[in-house]
Design a protein around this ligand. Structure first.
Ligand code: LRH
Ligand code: MN
Length: 387
């Protein structure tokens, strides 16, 4: 594809930001507070809008309930629009209440399951108010010791609750089910892998899709294979992009393994999943525990753009020809040539064409926004995970 063709495809890129990336986050050892951190959903949205202002391809921000609970979600959506962005995916949270120690939707006690379902239904009400398309469900549910609970019975409970949520969805709304191998459960997790998520989504219907969080697999997992399979099955709803060296580290996407991100975007493009009409949500799910949060989100969006540009530059005809001829090294070389190309000048050109500074990180630093929020956001309680 020509550079012009690649640039027009890159113009269509849409990366959704996580509101929680702008709040204080950390590990069980320590949460390091940072000056200027938002105190509420309004300030998180304003910070997310900065990322869009400097990258041009991050026009929506995902919310997490109750971390982003407000009086009037319609008013918050208006606030977002006033800042040039939209409220995107609504994330439910049934993993931080004392009642959920033994699970939420999989809990043995029907009263606890009812409580969890009520929260999930509340999140659909939020979607109605914000105009969001997607409800994202990640369950911490699982067990720590063999025998702790009946694995099969927990699947029945999960299926029952998911069906109730699916019935509540509006015709344009989707349920995105996110899997995770382990943590906080350390023996079994009720939705541990793509297969389990896929089985539940197929059972629910067309508007139930699987989310691939790139930090939620066993080390060595070929994630792009899972992406190809879900795309082929029409069940890839979206990504939670981040990267990791060990477990669910939630580091900046592309920072630990840029080649993996390239391979994933290659499968997305090959599988027809890149075009906006494919409906795949490209979301970031990251925690900036020690680094400044807004520049880290800008850098992350740029990493997705770079991986995407390289994947769009793969000579698909030459690749297919080499693959057909069984030319192993030739085929691999086609992919590596695209990966090893420097796409930064092309992206700088694209930004200039979008009337953006070719270097978004430097432009943000010059804007003075970082200093302004430190000066303005005095008092109140900084936002966090409240864990
Ligand atoms: C779980 C997860 C999920 C979110 C949370 C913030 O590890 O990836 O997507 O709800 O992080
Ligand atoms: Mn996630």
């Amino acid at each position: 594809m020509s550079n012009t063709g690649v640039k027009s495809q890159l113009r269509d890129q849409r990366v959704e930001l996580p509101s929680w990336a702008f709040a204080n986050t950390g590990t069980r050892f320590k949460v390091f507070a940072q000056p200027g951190v938002p105190r509420d959903a309004y300030e998180k949205v304003a910070d997310a809008a900065q990322v869009h202002a400097f990258t041009g391809v991050a026009p929506s921000v995902a919310l997490h309930i109750p971390w982003d609970r407000v009086e009037d979600y319609g008013h918050l959506a208006k606030h977002a629009a006033d800042h040039g962005v939209q409220v995107g995916t609504i994330n439910a949270n049934v993993f931080q209440d004392d009642d959920y120690k033994l699970g939420s939707v999989c809990h043995p006690d029907p009263a606890v399951r009812r409580k969890a379902l009520d929260h999930l239904l509340e999140c659909v009400d939020v979607m109605d108010a914000t105009g969001s398309r997607d409800l994202k469900l990640w369950f911490a549910d699982g067990s720590n010791y063999p025998g702790q609970d009946d694995i099969r019975a927990r699947q029945d409970r999960l299926a029952e609750t998911l069906a109730a949520v699916y019935r509540r969805l509006g015709p344009q709304q989707r349920l995105l089910l996110e899997y995770k191998l382990f943590e906080p459960a350390f023996y079994h997790t009720d939705v541990p892998d793509w297969g389990t998520a896929y089985v539940h989504c197929v059972r629910l219907g067309d508007r139930a899709q699987v989310v691939v969080d790139t930090g939620h697999h066993a080390p060595g997992t070929n994630i792009e294979f899972i992406v190809a399979m879900l795309l082929r099955a029409g069940k890839l709803g979206g990504f939670d992009f981040n990267s990791r060296f060990y477990a669910d580290d939630d580091l900046m996407v592309g920072s630990a393994d840029p080649f993996q991100l390239f391979r994933i975007m290659h499968e997305v493009i090959q599988g027809g999943g890149y075009a906006p009409e494919a409906g795949i949500a490209f979301m970031l799910d990251q925690c900036h525990n020690i680094e400044p949060k807004i520049p880290a989100q800008i850098r992350s969006v740029m990493n997705v753009q770079e991986a995407t540009a390289k994947a769009l530059l793969v000579d698909a005809d030459a690749l297919a020809d080499a693959q057909q001829r069984g030319d192993v090294l030739g085929a691999n070389a086609v992919l590596m040539d695209a990966y090893n190309g420097d796409v930064r000048p092309l992206l700088a050109e694209l930004r200039a064409e979008l009337d953006l500074d070719p270097d978004p990180v430097a432009a943000y630093a010059r804007s003075g926004y970082a200093e302004r929020i430190v000066a303005d956001r005095v008092g109140g309680r900084q936002a966090g995970w409240g864990a």
